[in-house]
Design a protein around this ligand. Structure first.
Ligand code: ADQ
Length: 472
């Protein structure tokens, strides 16, 4: 059976599709929004791989199926596991812990037990579908135990792991009661990929300090093999975005959006509704620009698009209420009849509408308090072939080192700094905008998502012993 398995397997919490019900009541699948899917779907199609993940509905037993040119292998999750493993350990423990403890992490043993159980189920599924010697690429913080579990079942496989979110410094990671187990889980991989070199260095340091592992530069040398920790900054599908912005209907839609927003400068925020994204801080700064007279109503307008996310996790419900109140307060004060200063849309859009929004925006505001990479920043850059527009970018986004030459960088905790930078971006001269965008586009166009995936997979397929320089 193994010889007929897949040579390339992706393991991620979610399948890359969502179920939709059409107007005629017919149910079908549609490619999901979100960073991970935008990044890997093109590679999956090229390699005819199998993607293992959860369907999105609790307690659902589904047979493997094909969709969007990909073989999909569903893994079941019960409603209780969803609460403890996904909403619990993944999103109430690991997510805040790995994002600078912006919200307090919950440490709960039942959540941990569910995390172990569900990780084992994913590892079992991968062991079942992978061909002899196959490449298996495990994705993200929900599945950090899978590499070691899978290696135990299938030592013949080449296993890679990529973490899409930041990896915390020692001081924070040490809080985790199961800290050794997570490190040991990751060390089941041959290659552990991070967005930034600093995250890889944090991981290597922790392996040394907590597990007493021998490390040589960014390699962890175990008794029987070497694990490499490396940075692979993720990127966007530049070709797809460039096709979208060339379409006359998308351009027409962009003009329509601008007309609907009135004549002023258009600032845009596009985020999952998440406390790491710094939405309240940026709206506060924007509101204060009106209260201190730096901006007059009509001069600028802010469109904040927030995709509904993790709606059953308490911190997310609180944030949603907070943003709604804040938008109401600012509009209550500065809007004129028929022209709010902030347009807030709590919804998900298709790629066409997103591209039109990017084209309509004079200033793209990306100010996360901490972010692994942030694809929105790179999507904006990729869409602005016209070299018009300014990107305001948090120093704490993983994209900052790559885009620092062209972005208006800002510390998102500093409200005065946000205000000054916002004004500078609003007032940037066309020649300055063009110069900055040219620098950023050079980077993004040369390092798109295809290159990211190729770099990772090439490194994964390279024999490990070549990478270790014991003389260093
Ligand atoms: P996210 O936290 O989801 O990703 P991000 O990188 O910005 O953050 O990706 C969001 C994706 O969703 C983008 O492709 C964006 O276009 C899309 N999106 C956002 N709002 C949308 C809306 N209203 N409608 C439709 N689509 C929308 C995680 C990490 C990031 C990392 C990525 C990829 O947190 O740091 O960059 O994974 O590794």
């Amino acid at each position: 059976m193994k010889s007929r398995g897949s040579e390339f397997v992706v393991v991620a919490n979610r399948l890359p599709v969502d179920r939709v019900t059409g107007g005629d009541g017919v149910r079908s699948w549609r490619r999901s929004p979100g960073g991970l899917v935008s990044a890997i779907a093109p590679v999956m199609r090229q390699r005819q791989g199998t993607w293992i993940g959860w369907s999105g509905a609790p307690d659902e037993e589904l047979e493997p199926f094909e969709e969007d040119g990909m073989r999909l292998h569903p893994v079941r999750q019960s409603a209780e596991e969803l609460e403890l493993y996904y909403e619990g350990f993944s999103n109430a423990t690991l997510w805040p812990l790995y994002h600078d403890v912006i919200a307090p992490p919950v440490y709960d043993r039942a959540m941990w037990d569910a995390y172990v159980r569900v990780n084992q189920r994913f590892a079992d599924a991968a062991a079942e579908v992978a061909a002899e010697g196959a490449i298996v690429w495990v994705q993200d913080y929900q599945l950090q135990l899978v590499p070691a579990m899978l290696r135990r079942l299938r030592p013949d496989l080449r296993i890679g792991f990529f973490l899409h979110i930041p990896f915390p410094p020692t001081e924070l990671f040490m809080q985790l009661p199961w800290r050794r187990r997570i490190l040991e889980g990751l060390l089941g991989a041959d290659l552990v990929g991070f967005q930034l070199p600093g995250a890889a260095a944090n991981f290597v340091r922790l392996c040394r300090q907590l597990l007493d592992a021998r490390t040589v530069k960014q390699d962890i040398v175990l008794d029987d093999r070497t694990v490499r920790a490396r940075a692979f900054p993720i990127s966007v599908d530049v070709g797809e975005l460039s096709d979208l912005v060339a379409r006359p209907d998308v351009r027409r839609r962009a003009q329509e959006i601008r007309d609907d927003l009135g004549g002023g400068t258009v600032l845009l925020g596009v985020d999952r509704l998440d406390y790491t994204k710094g939405i309240t801080q940026r709206l506060q700064a924007f509101g204060e620009l009106f209260s201190d007279g730096s901006l007059k109503p009509g001069e600028a307008v802010f469109a904040q698009i927030a995709t509904p996310s993790r709606e059953r996790v308490e911190q997310y419900q609180l944030l949603r209420d907070q943003i709604e109140q804040q938008v109401g307060r600012i509009n209550g004060e500065y809007a004129e009849l028929g022209s709010p200063v902030i347009h807030y849309l709590h919804t998900s859009y298709d790629r066409e509408e997103l591209a039109a929004l990017y084209l309509a925006a004079d200033v793209m505001v990306v100010t996360p308090l901490r972010d692994g990479m942030n694809l929105v920043a790179k999507e904006y850059v990729a869409c602005r072939e016209d070299l018009h527009g300014a990107l305001m970018l948090s120093e704490f986004a993983g994209a900052a080192p790559e885009l620092r030459r062209g972005a208006f960088l800002v510390n998102p905790y500093d409200i005065d700094g946000l205000k000054e930078t916002m004004l500078a971006a609003i007032r940037a001269e066309p020649a300055d905008q063009a110069r900055r965008l040219r620098a950023m586009r050079k980077r993004v166009l040369e390092h798109d998502v295809e290159r990211w995936a190729c770099d990772f997979l090439e490194a994964l397929e390279r024999p490990t012993n070549q990478a270790v320089d014991l003389t260093a």
